[in-house]
Write a protein that binds this ligand. Structure first.
Ligand SMILES: C[C@@]1(CC(=O)O)C2=NC(=C\c3[nH]c(c(CCC(=O)O)c3CC(=O)O)Cc3[nH]c(c(CC(=O)O)c3CCC(=O)O)/C=C3\N/C(=C\2)[C@@H](CCC(=O)O)[C@]3(C)CC(=O)O)/[C@H]1CCC(=O)O
Ligand SMILES: NC(=O)c1ccc[n+]([C@@H]2O[C@H](COP(=O)([O-])OP(=O)(O)OC[C@H]3O[C@@H](n4cnc5c(N)ncnc54)[C@H](O)[C@@H]3O)[C@@H](O)[C@H]2O)c1
Length: 221
């Protein structure tokens, strides 16, 4: 059965990552972009992860998870099982499921409530792509296709539309009128940006700080 796509506010949510290898690093890099409160448990970790711990992006517990210290997981919102010890990953996943803690296991065939999608991100606008764990290479392939269709300026457009929507709500217009105006506004603003592409890109060069479209969260993993 296909997975249900649910967009979760991860700001300040506790995530426990088990393992300190390449998969843990990949997941942690993604989670940092969404403000999660990241903990990692593993006695051996990569240099990049050590650097992230030193810079306080993550809190590192320098020991291995065992059946005796599974309570490290107790307060987590999400647990990522990314150790190379399959039996340990399974034990941790079972512990989490008993307690209704979300769990994502990096190994195929293990207990998993969720997977990481591939992401096209333009500011607050997020497109998540997944094959429900089936073919990650297809997920990436589709991400690369969709990225071409959605220019960076959609992030800025979303911020402008947010304000417009607020104004429309305060104007006392009914919902169906608001919907009509917003759709017209989106089409108009999109056209302006598409037609003035060159000009628009130059404008961004003059204002390197930009206006909130902070790019793609999916690439390079
Ligand atoms: C989206 C992305 C996010 C991220 O994690 O970075 C992601 N995988 C990405 C890329 C990718 N991963 C792999 C390849 C090589 C091709 C291949 O081998 O297939 C490529 C493609 C490439 O890199 O070109 C290897 C791989 N991946 C998994 C396994 C285990 C298995 O299933 O066997 C193996 C085999 C390991 C082995 O053979 O040892 C499993 C998972 N990978 C997932 C996510 C979840 C399901 C996503 C979905 O529903 O589609 C899940 C279940 C993990 C989870 O639980 O979250 C990221 C795209 C980022 C981007 O946009 O560029
Ligand atoms: N999801 C994916 O995309 C994907 C891709 C490749 C591999 N995998 C699977 O994910 C797992 C991790 O892969 P990797 O490349 O990061 O491996 P890795 O060898 O780079 O890292 C494994 C880490 O697990 C740690 N570890 C081992 N036992 C532990 C314990 N009891 N408690 C805490 N940490 C412990 C090790 O110290 C090490 O840091 C593997 O089992 C692999 O098959 C998943």
């Amino acid at each position: 059965m296909a997975d249900f796509p649910l967009f979760i506010n991860m700001d300040g949510r506790k995530v426990m990552v088990i393992g300190g290898g390449s998969i843990a690093l990949r997941k942690i890099r993604i989670l940092i972009e969404y403000g999660a409160d990241i903990r990692m448990i593993s006695s051996k970790i990569t240099d990049e992860l050590k650097l992230l711990a030193d810079k306080k992006y993550i809190v590192w517990t320098n020991e291995n998870l065992t059946e005796h210290n599974l309570d490290y997981l107790a307060e987590a919102f999400l647990v990522i099982c990314a150790s190379d010890d399959k039996a340990l990953n399974k034990m941790a996943a079972d512990y989490c499921q008993m307690r209704h803690i979300l769990v994502d296991c990096a190994n195929p065939g293990e207990v998993s409530d969720c997977v990481f999608p591939s992401v096209v991100r333009r500011g607050n606008m997020v497109i998540g792509i997944s094959t429900s764990g089936g073919v990650p290479a297809l997920t990436r392939y589709l991400r690369e296709k969709i990225e071409v269709l959605i220019p960076e300026w959609y992030g800025e457009l979303e911020i402008e539309l947010r304000q417009k929507r607020r104004e429309l709500k305060m104007s006392g217009l009914g919902q169906s009128d608001r919907k009509k105006y917003l759709r017209q506004w989106i089409a108009k603003e999109e056209k302006i940006r598409e037609e003035g592409k060159g000009q628009y890109e130059n404008r961004n060069e003059e204002e390197p700080s930009g206006h909130g479209a902070d790019g793609n969260g999916g690439g390079g993993h």
